[in-house]
Design a protein around this ligand. Structure first.
Ligand code: PGA
Length: 241
Protein backbone atom coordinates (compact mmCIF):
# COMPACT_ATOMS: atom_id res chain seq x y z
CA UNK A 1 0.00 0.00 0.00
CA UNK A 2 1.53 3.31 -1.04
CA UNK A 3 0.61 6.31 1.14
CA UNK A 4 0.86 9.91 -0.04
CA UNK A 5 0.20 12.86 2.26
CA UNK A 6 -0.59 15.93 0.19
CA UNK A 7 -2.78 19.01 0.16
CA UNK A 8 -6.30 18.45 -1.13
CA UNK A 9 -5.62 20.40 -4.34
CA UNK A 10 -2.48 18.34 -5.00
CA UNK A 11 -4.44 15.13 -4.44
CA UNK A 12 -7.05 16.23 -6.98
CA UNK A 13 -4.34 17.08 -9.52
CA UNK A 14 -2.48 13.84 -9.05
CA UNK A 15 -5.51 11.54 -9.11
CA UNK A 16 -7.10 13.27 -12.10
CA UNK A 17 -3.78 13.07 -13.97
CA UNK A 18 -3.59 9.35 -13.26
CA UNK A 19 -7.07 8.89 -14.71
CA UNK A 20 -6.28 11.08 -17.75
CA UNK A 21 -3.08 9.10 -18.43
CA UNK A 22 -4.96 5.82 -18.15
CA UNK A 23 -7.77 6.96 -20.46
CA UNK A 24 -5.29 8.35 -23.00
CA UNK A 25 -3.32 5.11 -23.06
CA UNK A 26 -6.27 2.70 -22.98
CA UNK A 27 -9.37 3.68 -24.97
CA UNK A 28 -11.21 0.69 -23.47
CA UNK A 29 -10.47 1.57 -19.86
CA UNK A 30 -13.12 0.80 -17.28
CA UNK A 31 -13.36 3.27 -14.43
CA UNK A 32 -14.81 2.52 -11.01
CA UNK A 33 -16.38 5.74 -9.76
CA UNK A 34 -17.53 7.02 -6.38
CA UNK A 35 -19.90 9.70 -5.08
CA UNK A 36 -19.81 11.89 -1.95
CA UNK A 37 -17.78 15.06 -1.37
CA UNK A 38 -14.43 13.34 -1.80
CA UNK A 39 -14.20 12.85 -5.60
CA UNK A 40 -15.87 16.13 -6.61
CA UNK A 41 -12.54 17.96 -7.02
CA UNK A 42 -11.16 15.16 -9.18
CA UNK A 43 -14.28 15.22 -11.38
CA UNK A 44 -13.91 19.00 -11.82
CA UNK A 45 -10.33 18.49 -13.03
CA UNK A 46 -11.45 15.78 -15.46
CA UNK A 47 -14.13 18.08 -16.86
CA UNK A 48 -11.56 20.88 -17.26
CA UNK A 49 -9.13 18.56 -19.02
CA UNK A 50 -11.88 17.45 -21.40
CA UNK A 51 -12.81 21.08 -22.15
CA UNK A 52 -9.17 21.85 -22.89
CA UNK A 53 -9.01 18.94 -25.33
CA UNK A 54 -6.55 16.95 -23.24
CA UNK A 55 -8.70 13.83 -22.91
CA UNK A 56 -11.75 12.15 -24.40
CA UNK A 57 -14.02 9.66 -22.63
CA UNK A 58 -15.95 8.67 -25.77
CA UNK A 59 -15.12 4.97 -25.55
CA UNK A 60 -14.69 4.74 -21.77
CA UNK A 61 -17.02 2.69 -19.60
CA UNK A 62 -17.69 3.18 -15.90
CA UNK A 63 -19.28 1.44 -12.95
CA UNK A 64 -20.31 3.33 -9.83
CA UNK A 65 -19.98 1.87 -6.37
CA UNK A 66 -23.45 2.32 -4.97
CA UNK A 67 -26.91 3.86 -5.00
CA UNK A 68 -29.60 4.53 -2.42
CA UNK A 69 -32.58 2.19 -2.44
CA UNK A 70 -35.85 3.72 -3.57
CA UNK A 71 -34.64 6.91 -5.28
CA UNK A 72 -35.44 7.47 -8.94
CA UNK A 73 -32.68 8.65 -11.29
CA UNK A 74 -34.10 12.15 -11.48
CA UNK A 75 -34.18 12.53 -7.69
CA UNK A 76 -31.45 15.06 -6.95
CA UNK A 77 -30.26 12.92 -4.01
CA UNK A 78 -29.70 9.85 -6.17
CA UNK A 79 -26.15 8.92 -7.05
CA UNK A 80 -27.10 8.69 -10.74
CA UNK A 81 -28.15 12.34 -10.55
CA UNK A 82 -24.92 13.16 -8.70
CA UNK A 83 -22.78 11.53 -11.37
CA UNK A 84 -24.59 13.21 -14.24
CA UNK A 85 -24.41 16.57 -12.52
CA UNK A 86 -20.81 16.38 -11.27
CA UNK A 87 -19.14 14.55 -14.15
CA UNK A 88 -21.03 12.88 -17.00
CA UNK A 89 -22.82 16.05 -18.22
CA UNK A 90 -19.44 17.80 -18.52
CA UNK A 91 -17.47 15.23 -20.53
CA UNK A 92 -18.07 13.27 -23.76
CA UNK A 93 -18.73 9.88 -22.13
CA UNK A 94 -21.68 7.94 -23.60
CA UNK A 95 -24.14 7.73 -20.69
CA UNK A 96 -25.18 4.27 -21.92
CA UNK A 97 -21.68 3.18 -20.97
CA UNK A 98 -21.99 4.51 -17.43
CA UNK A 99 -23.50 2.13 -14.90
CA UNK A 100 -24.84 2.96 -11.45
CA UNK A 101 -26.41 0.14 -9.40
CA UNK A 102 -30.20 0.31 -9.60
CA UNK A 103 -31.99 0.71 -6.28
CA UNK A 104 -35.47 0.22 -7.76
CA UNK A 105 -37.46 -2.90 -8.68
CA UNK A 106 -35.92 -6.33 -8.01
CA UNK A 107 -32.87 -5.04 -6.18
CA UNK A 108 -31.55 -8.52 -5.27
CA UNK A 109 -31.45 -9.38 -8.95
CA UNK A 110 -29.94 -5.99 -9.81
CA UNK A 111 -27.14 -6.73 -7.35
CA UNK A 112 -26.32 -10.12 -8.89
CA UNK A 113 -26.50 -8.71 -12.40
CA UNK A 114 -24.17 -5.86 -11.46
CA UNK A 115 -21.23 -8.08 -10.55
CA UNK A 116 -21.86 -10.16 -13.66
CA UNK A 117 -21.84 -7.01 -15.79
CA UNK A 118 -18.53 -5.85 -14.32
CA UNK A 119 -16.98 -9.26 -14.95
CA UNK A 120 -18.38 -9.40 -18.49
CA UNK A 121 -16.88 -5.97 -19.22
CA UNK A 122 -13.46 -7.31 -18.23
CA UNK A 123 -13.24 -5.88 -14.71
CA UNK A 124 -12.49 -2.43 -13.35
CA UNK A 125 -9.10 -0.99 -14.31
CA UNK A 126 -9.04 1.95 -11.93
CA UNK A 127 -11.24 2.28 -8.83
CA UNK A 128 -11.57 5.56 -6.97
CA UNK A 129 -12.74 5.34 -3.34
CA UNK A 130 -13.65 7.66 -0.51
CA UNK A 131 -13.80 6.42 3.06
CA UNK A 132 -16.43 6.81 5.76
CA UNK A 133 -15.60 8.08 9.23
CA UNK A 134 -16.44 4.54 10.45
CA UNK A 135 -14.06 2.98 7.92
CA UNK A 136 -16.69 1.98 5.36
CA UNK A 137 -15.85 1.89 1.68
CA UNK A 138 -18.81 2.23 -0.66
CA UNK A 139 -21.68 1.28 1.69
CA UNK A 140 -19.83 -1.65 3.23
CA UNK A 141 -20.37 -0.82 6.87
CA UNK A 142 -18.43 -2.27 9.83
CA UNK A 143 -19.16 -5.99 10.16
CA UNK A 144 -19.69 -6.58 6.43
CA UNK A 145 -18.14 -9.83 5.24
CA UNK A 146 -14.97 -9.41 3.20
CA UNK A 147 -16.41 -12.02 0.82
CA UNK A 148 -19.57 -10.21 -0.27
CA UNK A 149 -20.27 -9.13 -3.84
CA UNK A 150 -22.79 -6.43 -4.71
CA UNK A 151 -25.60 -6.54 -2.14
CA UNK A 152 -28.18 -4.57 -0.22
CA UNK A 153 -26.80 -2.79 2.82
CA UNK A 154 -28.36 -1.12 5.85
CA UNK A 155 -26.70 2.21 6.58
CA UNK A 156 -25.37 2.71 10.09
CA UNK A 157 -26.55 5.62 12.18
CA UNK A 158 -23.06 7.13 11.82
CA UNK A 159 -23.30 7.11 8.01
CA UNK A 160 -26.85 8.48 8.07
CA UNK A 161 -25.63 11.29 10.34
CA UNK A 162 -22.59 11.95 8.11
CA UNK A 163 -24.74 12.05 4.95
CA UNK A 164 -27.54 14.13 6.48
CA UNK A 165 -25.69 17.29 5.38
CA UNK A 166 -26.82 16.58 1.81
CA UNK A 167 -30.51 16.35 2.83
CA UNK A 168 -33.02 18.79 4.32
CA UNK A 169 -33.18 16.66 7.48
CA UNK A 170 -31.66 13.47 8.83
CA UNK A 171 -34.99 11.59 8.52
CA UNK A 172 -34.83 12.08 4.73
CA UNK A 173 -31.62 10.04 4.36
CA UNK A 174 -32.48 6.60 2.91
CA UNK A 175 -31.59 3.79 5.32
CA UNK A 176 -30.67 1.23 2.67
CA UNK A 177 -28.43 1.12 -0.36
CA UNK A 178 -27.31 -1.24 -3.08
CA UNK A 179 -23.53 -1.39 -2.97
CA UNK A 180 -20.62 -3.15 -4.57
CA UNK A 181 -19.23 -5.50 -1.97
CA UNK A 182 -15.70 -5.65 -0.66
CA UNK A 183 -15.00 -8.71 -2.81
CA UNK A 184 -16.23 -6.81 -5.90
CA UNK A 185 -14.02 -3.80 -5.06
CA UNK A 186 -10.95 -5.98 -4.45
CA UNK A 187 -11.16 -7.28 -8.04
CA UNK A 188 -10.22 -3.82 -9.39
CA UNK A 189 -6.75 -3.83 -10.93
CA UNK A 190 -5.74 -0.51 -9.37
CA UNK A 191 -7.32 1.31 -6.42
CA UNK A 192 -6.94 4.89 -5.22
CA UNK A 193 -8.50 5.91 -1.90
CA UNK A 194 -8.78 9.58 -1.00
CA UNK A 195 -9.27 10.78 2.58
CA UNK A 196 -9.53 14.46 3.39
CA UNK A 197 -10.38 16.07 6.72
CA UNK A 198 -10.01 15.34 10.43
CA UNK A 199 -13.22 13.28 10.61
CA UNK A 200 -11.46 10.60 8.53
CA UNK A 201 -8.40 10.42 10.82
CA UNK A 202 -9.53 7.42 12.90
CA UNK A 203 -10.46 5.41 9.81
CA UNK A 204 -7.17 6.27 8.08
CA UNK A 205 -5.25 5.22 11.20
CA UNK A 206 -7.01 1.82 11.15
CA UNK A 207 -6.50 1.51 7.40
CA UNK A 208 -2.73 2.06 7.70
CA UNK A 209 -1.81 0.94 11.24
CA UNK A 210 -4.67 -1.39 12.15
CA UNK A 211 -5.06 -5.15 11.95
CA UNK A 212 -7.15 -6.40 9.04
CA UNK A 213 -10.65 -6.80 10.43
CA UNK A 214 -14.26 -6.70 9.26
CA UNK A 215 -14.81 -4.14 12.05
CA UNK A 216 -12.94 -1.70 9.79
CA UNK A 217 -13.98 -2.59 6.21
CA UNK A 218 -11.28 -0.36 4.69
CA UNK A 219 -8.55 -2.64 6.11
CA UNK A 220 -9.27 -5.22 3.40
CA UNK A 221 -7.26 -2.94 1.10
CA UNK A 222 -4.11 -3.99 2.98
CA UNK A 223 -4.11 -7.18 0.94
CA UNK A 224 -4.61 -5.57 -2.48
CA UNK A 225 -1.41 -5.35 -4.52
CA UNK A 226 -1.99 -1.98 -6.18
CA UNK A 227 -3.45 0.61 -3.80
CA UNK A 228 -2.51 4.22 -3.22
CA UNK A 229 -3.91 6.09 -0.22
CA UNK A 230 -4.01 9.85 -0.69
CA UNK A 231 -4.57 11.68 2.60
CA UNK A 232 -4.30 15.30 3.63
CA UNK A 233 -2.51 16.21 6.88
CA UNK A 234 -5.74 16.23 8.91
CA UNK A 235 -6.85 12.78 7.75
CA UNK A 236 -3.31 11.44 8.31
CA UNK A 237 -2.91 13.04 11.74
CA UNK A 238 -3.56 9.90 13.85
CA UNK A 239 -1.31 7.53 11.88
CA UNK A 240 1.71 6.33 13.83
CA UNK A 241 4.88 6.00 11.80
P1 PGA B 1 -17.60 11.76 1.63
O1 PGA B 1 -18.07 10.26 1.90
O2 PGA B 1 -16.79 11.71 0.39
O3 PGA B 1 -18.86 12.53 1.43
O4 PGA B 1 -16.81 12.18 2.82
C1 PGA B 1 -17.14 9.25 1.77
C2 PGA B 1 -17.78 7.92 2.07
O5 PGA B 1 -18.73 7.87 2.88
O6 PGA B 1 -17.33 6.92 1.51
Amino acid sequence: MEVKVLKSEEINNEVSNRIINLVNSNKNAILGLATGSTPVGVYKKLAEAYKEGKVSFKTIRSFNLDEYIGLTEDNDQSYRYFMNHNLFDHIDIDKNNTKVPCGLGDVEKNAKDYDAAIDAAGGIDFQILGIGSDGHIAFNEPGTSFNEGTHIAELTDQTITDNARFFAKKEDVPTKAITMGLASIMKAKEIVLIAVGANKAEAVKELINGKMSEDWPCTILQKHNNVTIYADEAAYSKVTK
